[in-house]
Structure formats: C-alpha cells, structure tokens
Design a protein around this ligand. Structure first.
Ligand code: MLT
Length: 208
C-alpha cells in the first residue's frame, strides 16, 4: 500500500492474519523500502511489514541521514531526520490503524543506526528493536527511559564499517537507559549470516 500524504516513500504489507505487530523495516545505505521485506517475513510470518525508504541521497544511494564520511555522522542532520522519521511513523500508525504499542524496528546498518537514534531521542515511538550491524549514532544530552523496551543486536567481530567496541558502547548505553539488550556477536564482517537471522527470528518470536 502507498500513501503519498505520508512523506516517506514506503510500502505497507498488512498482517495476513490477526497479528497486531508491525515490523518497521529500515534498510542499509543504497537500499529501499522493498529491500528488507523478505527478511521481515522471515523474522515474523504473521506481522504487518512497513518498509521505509531513507530520504537522504549519497550519490545514487538512499540513506536515513547524512554522513561526513564512513562512520562519521552529520549529527545535526541525524537529529532532524530522527524526528522526521518518528513523525512519519506516528502518521503511519494513525493512517493505517497500526498498533502503536507493537511497533518493532528491524534495521540493518544505516537503518539500524537511525533506529538506535530513535530509541535515544524519540523513546516512545518504537516498542522494541532489532539492530543488525549498529553503532552509537549519537550521544544524547540525557539518556531516555527505555524501561520495558527490548533490543536485539547482532554485531560482527570483524565488521570494518561498524567497529566492535562501538557496537558494545551502544549496547551499554541502551542498557544504562533501562532497555533489555541482547547483543549477539558473530565471527562475521558487515554482512549478515544465516544464523543471525535465526537469532533475530527467535527474538521476535519471544516478544509474544
Ligand atoms: C552509517 O552510515 O550509518 C554506517 O556507516 C553504516 C552504513 O554505511 O550504512
């Protein structure tokens, strides 16, 4: 389903059954709103899937926020884009009648980073999150209260783009904010491995 009134290009696939969960699918650099639909379906066969396309272009590649170079973010743009995406999600909840208490972000790389930023700056929007290859997007002036939020992180020990110590810092920061964080390390680089998809699937299933 497309709705031009909502100001991000997106695709919504309604839940095939009675599930009230929506997976918000946030792609990596160069992806689009359709990219993570197969992953979303693999993680939850019953959920609605909302694929969103980042608005910031880096050459031909859509992203969710600007970066100055690899791993160095334009924080001002990131803050703006985080609130903009949160507004979009509030609008999508109202327009499509989604359950605001059951929005689970599934982000990969750049998409995981904006999902992490949303947890930190707009803590009421996402119920839980799956962060696949993520790092600290920014350090907020004050940590939010993320009590009751569950976060699954899958990180690669040899990821050349998102350094392991940085992923660990993000996990620590989210824990300090009260989130229940499950960080799984793999002997992997930036690309996701099949067993990590299975770990993420089990996490989503455990959300009930
Ligand atoms: C980012 O820019 O968010 C990270 O470097 C990951 C990516 O390149 O997508």
């Amino acid at each position: 389903m497309q709705n031009e009134g909502l100001n991000f290009v997106h695709r919504l696939i309604q839940a095939p059954g009675q599930s009230r969960r929506t997976l918000v699918l946030l792609h990596g650099t160069g992806g689009d709103e359709s990219d993570l639909l197969p992953l979303g379906r693999a993680l939850d066969p019953e959920a609605a899937l909302l694929g969103v396309r980042g608005k910031v272009m880096e050459g031909p590649m859509p992203r969710f926020f600007r970066r100055l170079e690899e791993g160095v973010f334009d924080v001002e743009d990131l803050v703006f884009r985080t609130h903009e995406l949160a507004d979009f999600l509030r609008g999508a909840v109202a327009t499509y009648g989604l359950d605001a208490a059951n929005l689970v972000a599934v982000g990969y790389s750049n998409g995981a980073n904006i999902a992490a930023s949303m947890l930190l700056l707009e803590p009421d929007v996402l119920t839980h999150a799956v962060l696949l290859r993520s790092m600290v997007p920014l350090v907020p002036e004050q940590l939010p209260d993320l009590t009751g939020r569950r976060v699954f992180m899958a990180s690669g020990l040899h990821d050349p783009i998102l350094p392991a110590d940085n992923a660990q810092r993000l996990a620590d920061m989210l824990k300090q904010a009260g989130a229940d964080v499950d960080l799984q390390w793999s002997n992997a680089g930036h690309g996701l491995l099949e067993h990590e998809v299975e770990q993420a699937r089990a996490f989503v299933a455990s959300l009930g």
